[in-house]
Design a protein around this ligand. Structure first.
Ligand code: ACO
Length: 329
């Protein structure tokens, strides 16, 4: 039975970017060698992206998650054995199964038998994972959750498709959510509409030992753009209303870092000044489920986000899925 005065609070954050930083010019040079034409000017003008990080060939999603999780655990100052729930939001898991969350639990050396599972909601994955962990904690099922967004999207990019391969990067971000009497996550809203599944998808499946369909990401960029702008505003307003706050109460907006044009358009619609939006897309590219916790950790560590401030996170992605949470940090 949920207690009305029980909340989940962020008590630590962490993040990790693989060492290989690839600028637009580096990428344009690599692509030119295989006859694919793009330019720094085109990428910056359409997306705001200047660089992204790519995982090394032997670096898995669970390994990126491990680095981010260790940082979050250290920042929270907790014993890893106290973590009784691990949720990893990812669309690029190490394997079909076991889940990346189980692999992460093992890599962290956690032996307590707590729950661990993945959430697959593409770029909304972290919003889905926070809402899920918050519900589990407020319901009394768990006390301390490690919530991670981690991706190796470079593995599913078709580097012959310039309309998609310039957009994405790899990375991981993590938070520790813990039960508290003090307000933390104030509200969440999650939605999906599977009728839009074809505009952003990786439509491959494993059958009899081979991949059927395509294992590469496919996207109708303009359809995604239009839908993203529409649903992001709606879900942000819904989460704010549930928290009984207005956009004026929001100290920091942390949208999914897909594209600066989508992000600025949402901030303007919500009347949140651009200087109150955390922007990492320029340096990270779109890291899908990792983008929000990466941006959160950057702004916590550089001192912008302070205790007691209100943070609005919101994501949108394949499925189609979208979600938002209002968090008192
Ligand atoms: N370099 C150079 N030229 C390119 C590139 C590239 N990388 N990609 C496309 N072009 C060309 C096209 O071929 C086209 O040329 P043409 O006019 O000669 O046919 C021209 O640029 C315009 O192409 P459009 O697809 O119309 O470009 P658009 O202005 O729509 O921008 C983009 C494309 C950036 C993908 C845009 O649609 C967008 O931002 N969509 C949102 C999608 C997004 O952010 N997805 C992220 C994943 S989803 C998520 O996270 C929510």
């Amino acid at each position: 039975m949920a207690q009305s005065n029980l909340y989940s609070r962020v008590i630590g954050t962490g993040s990790y970017l693989p060492a290989d930083r690839v600028t637009n010019q580096d990428l344009a040079d690599r692509l030119a060698r295989q006859g694919v034409e793009t330019s720094d000017e085109w990428i910056v003008a359409r997306t705001g992206i200047h660089a992204r990080h790519f995982a090394a060939p032997d670096q898995t999603t669970s390994e990126l998650a491990l680095h981010a999780s260790r940082q979050a655990i250290e920042a929270a100052g907790i014993d890893p054995e106290s973590i009784d729930l691990i949720i990893v939001a990812t669309s690029t898991p190490d394997f079909v199964f076991p889940s990346t969350a189980c692999l992460l639990q093992n890599k962290l050396g956690i032996k307590n038998g707590g729950a661990a599972f993945d959430i697959q909601a593409v770029c909304s994955g972290f919003a889905y994972a926070v809402a899920t962990a918050d519900s589990f904690i407020r319901g009394g099922m768990n006390r301390t959750a490690l919530v991670v967004g981690a991706e190796t999207f470079s593995r599913i990019l078709d580097f012959n498709d310039r309309t998609t391969c310039v957009l994405f990067g790899d990375g991981a971000g993590a938070v520790i959510l813990q039960a508290s009497d003090e307000p933390g996550v104030l509200s969440s809203a999650l939605h999906a509409d599977g009728s839009h599944s074809s505009i952003l998808c990786t439509p491959g499946n494993v059958n009899k030992g081979v991949i059927e369909g395509s294992a590469f990401l496919h996207m109708d960029g303009q359809a995604v753009f239009k839908l993203a702008v529409k649903v992001l505003e709606k879900v942000a307003v819904e989460a704010l209303e549930k928290a009984r706050l207005t956009a004026g109460d929001i100290d920091w907006l942390i949208p999914h870092q897909a594209n600066i044009r989508i992000m600025e358009s949402t901030a303007k619609k919500l009347h949140v000044p651009l200087e109150r939006m955390v922007v990492t897309v320029g340096e990270h590219g779109n890291t899908s489920a990792a983008s929000i916790p990466l941006a959160l950790d950057v702004a916590v560590r550089d001192g912008r986000i302070k205790r007691g401030q209100h943070v609005l996170i919101e994501g949108v992605g394949g499925g189609f899925t979208w979600g938002a949470s209002v968090i008192r940090y």
